[in-house]
Design a protein around this ligand. Structure first.
Ligand code: PXP
Length: 236
């Protein structure tokens, strides 16, 4: 399981100060059991910034998955920071979060050249895609090491208690096809306990990348201790 710590930076940036520190968070989530750390260096740097990415990627004890768009400046930075893994994602300036998978058909040549650059540096490459056979076939052509299936649609159906079986089946069939092509399969976006449990039945998926729910839920599980600590200090 990869833990996305972007929203630690979101909280830090809300004050423009240094707490909570994403580098500390990266080491802390590893200590808590995360297998890897995911950070997204967005073009508008709304959460993780260059210095965070540089520091986190240089931690030899961590496996870092850097999410990046196909923007040439971001690619240059990523090649410099040398994370263990990269995941190429689409980026639309006005979106709140990554809203869909890559348009592989439109960006085939560009993505192929990006994958080559990272593979040359022995960085594991992944493409964030919608669950579609057409895209999985293009992924094979592009020789990506991994794909990450966008699970946002499934998560929304589960959360709104709508029928999700068709979407789940699509994800499962795509995972089977990708496995046949010897592509490693990951899943991510919008995952909470319920959707993760549903997806965990798909054996072909070897990695889950989860962010917002883990950080959000942690607030409730951490509040009690922090409030007690503060009350203790005030009493003294
Ligand atoms: N995987 C990818 C490729 C993403 O872009 C994101 C969101 O940044 C996530 C996983 C994590 O999504 P969430 O924060 O909804 O768990």
């Amino acid at each position: 399981m990869g833990v996305n710590i972007d929203h630690v930076a979101t909280i830090r940036n809300a004050r423009g100060e240094s707490h909570p520190d994403p580098l500390y968070a990266a080491n802390f989530v590893k200590k808590c059991g995360a297998n890897s750390i995911t950070i997204h260096l967005r073009e508008d740097r709304r959460h993780i910034n260059d210095l965070d990415a540089k520091k986190i990627c240089s931690q030899k004890n961590l496996l870092v998955n850097l999410e990046i768009s196909t923007n040439s400046n971001i690619i240059k930075k990523a090649l410099k920071f040398r994370p263990n893994y990269i995941c190429i994602v689409p980026e639309n300036r006005k979106e709140i979060t990554t809203e869909g998978g890559l348009d592989l058909f439109k960006n085939k040549t560009k993505i192929k050249s990006i994958i080559k650059k990272f593979k040359k540096k022995k960085i594991r490459t992944s493409l964030f895609i919608n669950p579609s056979f057409k895209d999985i076939k293009i992924c094979k052509e592009l020789e990506t090491d991994c794909i990450e299936i966008h699970t946002g649609r499934l998560a929304n159906l589960v959360k709104s208690k709508k029928s999700y079986l068709k979407e789940l089946n699509k994800i499962k069939k795509c995972a089977i096809l990708a496995k046949k092509y010897k592509i490693e399969i990951h899943a991510g976006h919008g995952l909470d306990y319920k959707t993760t449990k549903i997806l965990s039945k798909i054996n072909e998926i070897s990695e889950f990348n989860i962010g917002h729910f883990i950080i959000g839920e942690s607030i409730f599980f951490g509040l009690s201790k922090i409030i007690k600590n503060m009350k203790q200090i005030i009493k003294k």
